[in-house]
Design a protein around this ligand. Structure first.
Ligand SMILES: [Zn+2]
Ligand SMILES: [Zn+2]
Length: 339
């Protein structure tokens, strides 16, 4: 039987080890993808460190995948072998449950899959996915460069376009990292007056190059006061992983402003008086479903949004993961399969 190469986590805490496996056979409504590139996302730590109960090991992590359709399971329509395909955090949906019928397929009551978490993901030369989870990938997008758009990209793009902010509105991107460096590009190209907020000045030049027209050093000044002095933010895209920092900027929302929380920081303390006075909102944002990924990819191609990546061969997944977790990568880390 044909084989694939995979990087496998055998128990919580890792390590991520190479393994040769039989090629997976796509089940009903499933597609097999020959993976070309897979991003290494902070959420992979849920699988690798065993932070979520119920994960079954051994498990192949990875949910920022671009590849090519390699085999079709029974019942799959709309796809053919050789088509470019992308998979993100969204693991698919049934299409008929209450949530699917109300345009909330991300919260499907029947399909609860997440690639790399509840089923094997993209740290491998091949993987399978539910057909509803798979996004079409435009021909001219480079797989290695664009893989992070399937999670970090769609999350920031999709959150920003649902803030209610319009062209010219003041939008702050809090955190210039893996998410933020994409968020700045999307915010600027969606027509917002884009303010990058980060500790220190070392990322200011880059933030401006990516499209920020303004920059706030949150170590030197109170970011909430600085945004308020600019008229208050119509939206804040909160990408940081530090709850205190996130709390410190919430007061920078303007009237009817929305803070989109996409950094997982656990409990967050917010001044309700400030919120109701301003009619402001703090809102969580789920990444997006397959069609959101398709919108992200097309928008990125048209508007030249690109992830800045450090690339590792698949065999170095452990090193790549540690590099991502160190917080020092500029800015995303990507595994390349056919290196
Ligand atoms: Zn992710
Ligand atoms: Zn459903």
């Amino acid at each position: 039987m044909a084989k694939m190469r995979a990087m496998v986590v055998r128990k919580p805490g890792g390590p991520i080890e190479a393994e040769e496996r039989d090629l997976p056979v796509p089940g009903h409504d499933e597609i097999r993808i020959r993976v070309q590139a897979c991003g290494v996302c902070h959420s992979d730590s849920l699988t690798i460190e065993g932070h979520l109960p119920g994960i079954k090991y051994p498990r192949i992590p990875g949910h920022e995948v671009i590849g090519v359709v390699d085999a079709l399971g029974a019942g799959v329509r709309g796809w053919s072998k050789g088509a470019r395909a992308g998979v993100g955090w969204f693991g698919g949906s049934c299409g008929y449950c209450r949530n699917c019928r109300r345009d909330s397929a991300f919260a499907c009551e029947n399909v609860h899959d997440v690639s790399g978490l509840t089923r094997d993901g993209g740290y491998a030369t091949h993987m399978t996915a539910h057909v509803s989870a798979v996004a079409h990938v435009p021909e001219n997008l480079d797989a290695v460069q664009s893989a992070p758009l399937l999670c970090a990209g769609v999350t920031t793009f999709n959150a920003l376009r649902h803030t209610g902010a319009g062209a010219g509105d003041l939008v702050a991107v809090h955190g210039v990292g893996g998410l933020g460096h994409l968020g700045i590009q999307f915010a600027a190209r969606q027509g917002f007056r884009t303010v990058a907020v980060n500790r220190g000045r070392d990322k200011e030049e880059l933030a401006r190059k990516l499209g920020a027209s303004d920059y706030i050093d949150s170590a030197a000044e109170d970011p909430a006061k600085a945004l308020t002095a600019m008229g208050g933010a119509k939206a804040i895209l909160a990408t940081v992983t530090d709850g205190q920092a996130m709390q410190a900027i919430a007061g920078g929302l303007g009237p009817s402003g929305v803070m989109m929380v996409i950094g997982a920081v656990g409990p967050l303390t917010i001044d309700s008086f400030d919120l109701l006075q301003k009619c402001a909102a703090i809102k969580g944002w789920y990444s997006g479903i397959a069609r959101d990924s398709e919108d992200t990819l097309r928008f990125s191609l048209l508007n030249k949004v690109a992830s800045m990546n450090e690339v590792y061969p698949i065999e170095k997944a452990q090193e790549a993961y540690q590099r991502m977790m160190s917080g020092k990568a500029r800015f995303r880390v990507v595994l390349k399969m056919d290196a």
